[in-house]
Design a binder for this molecule. Structure first.
Ligand SMILES: Nc1ncnc2c1ncn2[C@@H]1O[C@H](COP(=O)(O)OP(=O)(O)OP(=O)(O)O)[C@@H](O)[C@H]1O
Length: 305
């Protein structure tokens, strides 16, 4: 089966800046694929090259086996590109905006109205685009990208700047879009978003893809320690070390910062048993590694979105 996207050796330079430095990736049909990285990593440039709106200096790109550059009219009906909300015409209403996008693709008014309904903007159909909240504007931009029913949708940081509730609402919409069978490619600098939404993510920094995989696989491959924490004062750190040695709990690190006692371990089961036997489970939290730890290991520095 042909992949939705196959890119090989893509490079793009702006003056002295090598924005994209040898990116190769494959996105399978139906996948929810994330390109994750901090500001300036090269995510937007990569996405624009994949969309066919920017010419690469080097490399080959195929969407459904076709080259997106120069602009390929056979591909245009099959792909949806989310424009940044700020690119809307402020003086058009929500309804006029979606109808304008629908007209680009010769899509009827009924479908445009259905899209507004789908993203929950019917009640705001008469409101000017510049009066929409950040979340509403993002939903409108996603509706515009979907109005012609594309198979492959590109979203560039769709939840940037939204409050937590608006982000979660948008996540539900994005999940539904993918569940309908569409391939979704999203860039984000939010690690939690990538972890929650994406089947696979490429972690990007300084124009290069450092690693690609399912978020859970990337985290598991770290083989990082699990952190088991309880409230301080239930059992002391030295006592905990002794108890864990008695049961042969293996390599552990015990720390008490006055708020929590934390045991870092590869084998949490005996740690939990000892805490339970001591009646010291108040405030129990068990934390595994996250994509943040993956980024730290790949780059040697903390993740800064
Ligand atoms: N049109 C341009 N002209 C010159 N430099 C650019 C241009 N677009 C991007 N850059 C630079 O290329 C690098 C990669 O930018 P890009 O926007 O692709 O990264 P990004 O990961 O999407 O970042 P962000 O999360 O901030 O959008 C950055 O150093 C940026 O300043």
């Amino acid at each position: 089966m042909t992949s939705a996207i196959a890119a090989d050796g893509v490079r793009k330079r702006y003056g002295d800046i090598q924005a994209v430095d040898g990116v190769s990736l494959t996105v399978e049909t139906g996948e929810f694929y994330g390109v994750l990285g901090p500001n300036g990593a090269g995510k937007t440039t990569t996405l624009e090259i994949l969309e066919g709106v920017r010419e690469p200096d080097e490399g080959s790109i195929e969407l459904f086996g076709l080259s997106p550059w120069p602009r390929n009219s056979k591909l245009l009906p099959r792909i949806g590109v989310q424009f940044q909300a700020s690119a809307f015409f402020d003086q058009l209403t929500t309804r006029e905006t979606i109808r304008l996008f629908a007209s680009f693709y010769r899509v009827g008014v009924r479908r445009a109205e259905a899209m507004l309904e789908r993203v929950g903007l019917t009640d705001l159909a008469g409101v000017h685009a510049d009066k929409l909240s950040g979340g509403q504007a993002q939903r409108l931009s996603i509706a515009c990208a979907l109005v012609h029913d594309p198979e492959l949708v590109f979203l560039d940081e769709p939840t940037a700047g939204l409050d937590p509730q608006a982000r979660r609402n948008l996540w539900d919409l994005l999940r539904d879009i993918n569940a309908e069978g569409r391939t979704v490619v999203l860039t984000t600098h939010y690690l939690d978003e990538a972890e929650i939404l994406c089947d696979r993510v490429s972690v990007m920094d300084h124009g290069k893809i450092l690693k690609t995989g399912a978020p859970a696989t990337l985290v598991r491959e770290l083989d990082d320690k699990v952190r088991v924490s309880v409230e301080s004062g239930l059992v002391t750190a030295p006592a905990m070390c002794e108890l864990l040695a008695e049961v042969g709990a293996g390599s552990v690190a015990v720390e008490d910062d006055g708020v929590s006692l934390t045991v870092a371990t590869n084998t949490p089961a005996p740690v939990l048993s000892v805490l339970a036997e001591q009646g010291a489970l108040r405030g129990l939290e068990v934390r595994g590694a996250t994509l943040e730890d993956v980024f730290l290991q790949l780059t040697g520095r903390e993740y800064r979105a």
